[in-house]
Design a protein around this ligand. Structure first.
Ligand code: ATR
Length: 277
């Protein structure tokens, strides 16, 4: 009897640039899982129908990417705690007619920082630039690693304040404008979670926050350095890293949720990134 191929995919708009199909195919090869993984370009107004159709036709799970991560929340029958806190879903699992929504972005970042890059976050001083959806997804997991402080800096102060208030009970979190970040703070880690780089822009990032011992991490990634990673290197950051590792680690968490098997991420990270640091 021919074995059944389980169907997965990534939905986004646009989505043609997504590396998820390659990553999941490499995971499947490596772990001997019989899956098919599709690239699904779905416009915002077609999202509900597309998800329902994928489920109806036997699909087992989806990754959800920009711009659907928030909208797709309401299509889940059940949400993981971390998806609920993040206010966003990047992974759907279809089982027994029901839809489970999860968010593996935050844990993916943590695994890259602590596992792949060997950064000890306990007692550290962290600066997160940006206060949009990407920041909302990572603040909870970062605070769970018990930093001494976590500053959120944003062009629009009110948005940084709102996030700091939301997470106040989870740890020492504060909010600033880019220009008002305390210079006395010696940040061990600066994370760029703005979407500024997508337009090739370099916002007025706080140069005085960067020191020699500081790791600068851009959630964005590219085959050539992103504007933030170039800027960080110019400011003399100890290390300037793009988010390839987070991309692979969040994918591995989704794969584990769907298949119950944990792939070896190091091998896949090497294959998909030309230069991650
Ligand atoms: P995402 O889901 O990628 O986080 P988002 O929710 O639209 O997208 O948030 C984008 C973030 O990037 C915000 O923090 C935004 O700053 P504002 O809140 O002030 O809008 C930030 N951002 C985008 N373009 C920027 C730019 N040119 N300079 C500075 N910050 C920028």
């Amino acid at each position: 009897m021919a074995s059944v191929i389980d169907r997965y995919g990534v939905m986004g708009y646009p989505v043609s640039h997504s590396r998820s199909p390659v990553i999941h195919r490499l995971f499947a090869l490596q772990t001997g899982q019989n899956i098919q993984y599709e690239l699904l370009q779905v416009a915002p107004e077609k999202l509900d129908n597309a998800v329902a159709q994928f489920q109806r036709t036997g699909g087992k799970g989806l990754n959800i990417t920009v711009p659907h991560k928030t909208e797709v929340l309401r299509l889940a029958d059940q949400l993981s705690e971390r998806a609920h806190v993040a206010g966003a879903v990047n992974t759907l699992m279809f089982r027994d007619g029901s839809v489970f929504g999860d968010n593996t972005d935050g844990i993916g970042l943590l695994r890259d920082l602590t596992g792949n890059l060997g950064i000890d976050l306990r007692g550290s001083h962290i600066l997160v630039l940006g206060a949009g959806g990407a920041t909302r997804g990572i603040v909870g997991p970062l605070l769970e690693s018990k930093p001494a402080s976590l500053c959120i800096a944003n062009r629009t102060l009110t948005k940084a304040r709102e996030l700091a208030e939301q997470f106040a009970s989870a740890g020492p979190v504060s909010a600033y404008r880019f220009t008002e970040i305390p210079t006395s703070a010696h940040f061990s880690l600066i994370i760029n979670a703005t979407s500024a780089g997508l337009g090739g822009e370099t916002p007025p990032y706080p140069a005085s926050a960067v020191s020699e011992g500081c790791v600068c991490y851009d959630l964005s990634y590219g085959l050539t350095p992103t504007p933030f990673s170039r800027w960080a290197a110019q400011q003399g950051a100890g290390r300037s890293v793009m988010g390839w590792g987070m991309l692979v680690e969040q994918a591995a968490e989704s794969f584990h949720l769907w298949r119950g098997v944990r792939p070896d991420t190091a091998a896949v990270l090497k294959q998909i990134s030309v230069s991650a640091s």
